[in-house]
Design a binder for this molecule. Structure first.
Ligand SMILES: NC(=O)c1ccc[n+]([C@@H]2O[C@H](COP(=O)([O-])OP(=O)(O)OC[C@H]3O[C@@H](n4cnc5c(N)ncnc54)[C@H](OP(=O)(O)O)[C@@H]3O)[C@@H](O)[C@H]2O)c1
Length: 273
């Protein structure tokens, strides 16, 4: 568990659900929870909140033992405060979880963050949302938000993998007492992160798999992460808490940095607004 600046806790590893739809999403969430995950990441934009909610119910696991994150979609942010309110109400209805553990601004859409954030703060005050945070924010986005935020973001969810280590951004978030959550730990499967010879050789050295080496590198940096996977990978992805990487190996993995995003469109500075 990682403690957040509002004193709540989030499981350090969760499951991502981007691209999962319909019955696949429902089953994937149930099986992830059965495998031991207690943290599920979805978003309005993934169009699977209803199925994520069904998967949680199907698992039979107590609501209070599960941490659910969703995110306000960019198109909704552009429509203004009333649309944001309506979308959060809809997320609550679809998820069927009674409350949302963590609600994030999905992308810092220019000129729309303040209105969205202030609506999100309303939902925290009403108790419908426990924690709020952001995603894909660089330093200047955080600086701007903090000029008016009455509630400090607990988390910034950003792209982090060995080719995109985000050291400066992460250090700045930590300085602000904002935890960092790594999305796309394997480069979304679009760039071959785990095939890198260093990760392959470390896998052999530690008798683990290359994906486990990557996830271990992430959690050992104190980050939270949410790999998306098929059920045959769940146990493997959860099995990273029982070994550690040496300081030298941590540094060697970090040295793979190329500031390479899995997709050029994922740059918050040029994201198609
Ligand atoms: N905030 C944002 O803007 C944002 C953006 C992107 C993603 N996210 C969140 O972050 C989550 C994770 O990112 P992502 O889905 O983009 O990509 P990812 O987790 O980096 O990569 C998913 C890919 O990794 C493979 N994989 C997972 N575990 C594996 C293992 N043990 N061995 C081999 N391959 C493995 C999966 O294959 P299999 O399916 O075959 O297991 C899948 O092809 C998303 O699902 C979403 O919830 C957030």
């Amino acid at each position: 568990m990682v403690r957040l600046n509002n004193n709540s806790e989030i499981p350090q590893i969760g499951v991502g659900t981007w691209t999962l739809r319909g019955e696949t999403a429902r089953q994937n969430v149930r099986l992830a929870l059965e495998a031991g995950f207690r943290h599920v990441d979805t978003a309005q934009g993934y169009e699977n909140e209803a199925e994520v909610g069904h998967g949680i119910i199907d698992s039979g696991i107590l609501r209070r033992d599960i941490f659910v994150t969703t995110k306000v979609a960019t198109n909704i942010m552009r429509e203004g405060r009333e649309a944001v309110r309506k979308s959060i109400d809809e997320s609550l209805t679809k998820l069927k979880t009674g409350y949302i553990d963590l609600l994030l601004i999905h992308w810092p859409v220019r000129d729309c963050v303040k209105d969205t954030w202030q609506v999100m703060e309303e939902y925290v005050r009403q108790g419908m949302v426990k924690s709020i945070g952001v995603s894909n924010c660089n330093r200047h986005h955080l600086d701007d938000l903090l000029t008016y935020a009455e509630i400090r973001p607990v988390i910034n969810q950003i792209e982090v993998h060995p080719f995109m280590t985000q050291e400066e951004n992460i250090a700045y978030n930590h300085q602000l007492d904002i935890q960092v959550e790594a999305w796309g730990p394997f480069g979304q499967g679009d760039i071959d992160v785990v095939g890198h010879p260093l990760l392959q050789s470390l896998a052999e050295k530690y008798q683990k798999t290359a994906p486990q080496i990557v996830l271990r590198w992430i959690v050992q940096r104190g980050l939270i992460t949410i790999p998306r996977a098929k059920p045959n990978h769940f146990a493997e992805n959860l099995g990273i808490m029982t070994f550690s990487l040496s300081d030298d190996d941590m540094k060697a993995i970090s040295a793979l940095n190329q500031n390479l995003r899995s997709n050029v469109l994922n740059d918050p500075e040029t994201f198609p607004w």
